[in-house]
Design a protein around this ligand. Structure first.
Ligand SMILES: [Zn+2]
Length: 272
């Protein structure tokens, strides 16, 4: 005879134990194929199942939040990056719309390995935009690392063999790698060699890269030497260039408006 717990009662209708809370059965009926009759093993009632489901959900959420916190600690190496969020955007830079779009379309950007090249003058908000993307994706549990070449180079300095390979492979574990301020590092032969191996390994593992730089697009397209050229070529191949500069941005718009206007009023626009 099964023991009756405090929150149960024996229902004379079916002879089974039921839950006092939800009324559901706490026993199943399984026929005994050999001796006839049946077994009545304990089972969980609907409210117990629901309670267990909620407990598992809460536990998964707790683990997810813990993972996000850890990833942020690893992925945002400089404390100030924590403040680079959409919530802190003053809404004055129209380019920020592209950051929102990138985050909204992240699954596709990731699948198709589409990165961004944020270029333009100092202080135009490139790092802020990149940081906002990093924070928004980290909040969605996406592994992101935002770093810069001086940090990577100092980490690589004096690292050889397996350690070096492990470090480089580790960069490939991040779904998104953001390299802030390309071009600010010292251009020694060693530095350029390391930079190429990082950009190249990113390229080969087919995961997106976001680069910010104060360099002009023209400087990137026409680098001074072969060592720079092979780095920049890789970046330009996978990263969509976005120009930062309020003034230039408006000039761009004005130019395209003018061009559109010219097309519209042009007598031979039907050819286009
Ligand atoms: Zn119940």
């Amino acid at each position: 005879m099964t023991e009756i717990r405090e929150d149960e009662y024996l229902d004379p209708a079916d002879g089974l134990l039921h839950c006092r809370k939800c009324g559901g059965p706490r026993q199943a009926v399984i026929p005994d194929p050999f001796k006839g009759g049946s077994f009545k093993p304990r089972c969980v009632c609907p409210c117990q199942q629901e309670k267990e489901r909620r407990r598992r959900e809460a536990e998964e959420l707790r683990q997810r939040m813990e993972r996000i916190r850890r990833r942020k600690a690893q992925g945002l190496q400089d404390r100030y990056l924590y403040g680079y969020t959409f919530a802190h955007d003053n809404g004055e830079n129209p380019v920020m719309a592209k950051a929102h779009a990138y985050v909204d379309h992240w699954p596709e950007a990731f699948k198709r390995n589409i990165g961004l090249l944020l270029f333009g003058d100092v202080g135009t908000g490139k790092s802020f935009l990149a940081g906002c993307i990093a924070n928004a994706l980290l909040d969605q549990d996406v592994p992101v690392l935002m770093t810069n070449f001086p940090t990577i180079l100092s980490r690589l300095c004096g690292t050889f063999g397996e350690d070096r390979t492990a470090f480089l492979n580790g960069l490939g574990d991040y779904d998104l790698l953001i390299i802030d301020d390309l071009g600010a590092e010292r251009n020694t032969e060693y530095a350029l060699e390391q930079m190429f191996s990082i950009i190249d390994s990113r390229y080969r593992c087919n995961k997106p890269l976001i680069v910010t730089t104060n360099l002009k697009l023209d400087e990137l397209k026409h680098p001074p030497d072969l060592a720079h050229a092979r780095i920049y070529d890789r970046i330009l191949e996978r990263c969509a260039p976005i120009l930062f500069a309020g003034k230039n941005f408006r000039e761009d718009n004005a130019a395209s408006t003018k061009a559109a206007a010219r097309r519209i009023v042009s007598p031979d626009n039907q050819k286009n």
